[in-house]
Design a protein around this ligand. Structure first.
Ligand SMILES: Cc1ncc(COP(=O)(O)O)c(C=O)c1O
Length: 453
């Protein structure tokens, strides 16, 4: 679909020219489908704090922060200095490095649930390893995950991430819908899809597979489900069920770790056995980690005579990612978390005001330093409610394109913002003003579609 807002930049050719080269060598011209946009992606030249300049010379205010991974914005000088110094000393060794230990000490000190930790290279790898640890520990094959939740691209974890009304089936027993053509039937058979926050249905589904479930995977504030939190009752019910059935309750906090000094799990009375981490803990570099109970993490321990889960990775715990991560997380201390959450709360209030002024059916969900806009009068409480129809997606695309091309603002294409500590009140004012302009622009289309849901 061609954008309604063609490139306004006189020199816009440049990104186009690069894209013309890109399509000849990269599938679809991209290495990451997320960055694709019509008519072509734009190429970053440099970035600093909360601003990114593209190679066409346009500077934009960034509320996406590389999909929630840059908690201190771009090129933070303290991180850059530490990484530059480490670069001179080596980037990866077939040896350990002290920084992996001090970083592990820092992360385990933030959360009592993190008795032991192991590093890897991405959130996908962290979730995959967490699931494999659960199988190795319990000796059982199946997992349960929420319909619509995104956990990266491991076959089992991605099931039903893109489920739609044509294939999602009955809510009492949601279908396990593969994302990728050719996913083996065995994968579908070994994933139980549960409706997020629906205790009765979820427990019923778990009961039907009671003796085969290794773990119940929960993202406590799943972005793709709708960015609303799991209720304490839901988490408690899952926890109690797992205690009865020799299964683990595991959290994906790859995104949500940011919302609290010790992650979203701080808000729940029942705590996960294992947690997958990623994104912000890499300080802008590739990383993943699994943390949790020593007794369970022991399946990875090379000192065991019976090693249940041999685990390695060429770049795991490399000193660049761990140096950047350690500095980033040191700076993201209790006060920094509170300040960032407070600024985000102000932003939400101002955007609510813009919604009111524009008089359009938009609601906001989110926790801490992240929020998502829904083109629905009432905030959704389930994946099926939050699901965007083709028409809604079109309106959202118009708004995101308008912000990008006309207001020089970058938001995540689900209509979400993931804040960074470099953002200021002035930036927030810009966002709420720009959104008001955008809301006014898409309003006729909303009215035409009579979006009142
Ligand atoms: C909740 C969640 N888990 C896991 C992942 C996968 O992380 P990565 O992209 O680093 O593989 C993501 C990525 O967006 C995510 O949002």
């Amino acid at each position: 679909m061609k954008s309604q807002f063609p490139n306004q930049n006189q020199n816009g050719e440049t990104s186009k020219v690069i894209y013309d080269r890109a399509v000849k060598v990269l599938t679809g011209g991209v290495s990451r489908n997320t960055i694709f946009r019509n008519p072509h992606p734009y190429y970053a030249a440099s970035a600093n704090g909360s601003y990114i300049k593209d190679i066409d010379g346009i500077e934009r205010l960034d509320f996406a922060n590389n999909m929630a991974s840059l908690i201190h914005g771009h090129s933070h000088p303290t991180i850059i200095n530490a990484v530059t110094s480490q670069l001179q000393k080596g980037t990866a060794f077939t040896m350990g490095s002290e920084v992996e230990v001090s970083f592990a000490e820092l992360l385990t000190s933030r959360s009592p649930e993190f008795e032991k930790i192991r590093f890897m290279n991405s959130g996908t790898e962290a979730v995959m390893t967490m699931i494999k640890i659960s199988r190795a520990f319990t000796g059982k094959p199946k997992i349960a995950k929420a319909e619509g939740a995104y956990h990266g691209t491991y076959d089992y974890a991605e099931m039903s991430q893109t489920a739609n009304p044509d294939n999602w089936g009955e809510i009492d027993k949601p279908n396990a819908v593969p994302v990728v053509q050719g996913t083996p039937q065995g994968v579908m058979d070994d994933v139980i899809i549960y409706p997020f926050n629906d205790i009765e249905r979820t427990i019923n589904l778990l009961d039907q597979n009671a003796d085969q479930i290794a773990c119940v995977l929960i993202d406590p504030i799943p972005h793709r489900v709708g960015l609303f939190p799991a209720t304490n009752e839901f988490v408690k019910a899952i926890y109690n069920w797992t205690r009865k059935h020799n299964a683990l309750m595991v959290f994906d906090e790859v995104v949500t770790y940011r919302v609290n000094y010790s992650g979203a799990q701080k808000s729940y009375t029942a705590k996960p056995d294992l947690t997958a981490l990623g994104k912000i803990i890499g300080g802008g570099f590739a990383i993943g980690a699994v943390a949790g109970k020593s007794e369970i993490m022991q399946v990875l321990d090379p000192r065991q005579t019976f090693l249940r889960h041999p685990h390695s990775g060429t770049f795991s715990a490399n000193p660049i990612s761990t140096t950047a991560g350690r500095i980033a997380m040191e700076m993201y201390d209790e006060q920094a978390v509170l300040n960032l959450n407070a600024l985000t709360k102000i932003a939400r209030k101002q955007i609510e005001e813009s919604i009111k002024i524009a008089d359009i059916p938009v609601s906001i969900t989110g926790v801490g330093s992240m929020f998502r806009l829904h083109f629905k009068e009432k905030a959704p409480t389930s994946y099926r409610e939050a699901y965007q129809t083709k028409e809604t997606k079109e309106i959202i695309n118009d708004l995101i394109d308008y912000l990008f091309f006309e207001e020089n603002i970058i938001m995540i294409n689900t209509c979400s913002c993931m804040f960074a500590t470099t953002l200021t009140q002035k930036n927030v004012d810009r966002l709420s003003e720009a959104l008001l302009n955008g809301f006014n622009l898409v309003k006729p289309k909303i009215e035409q579609l009579n979006l009142t849901l």
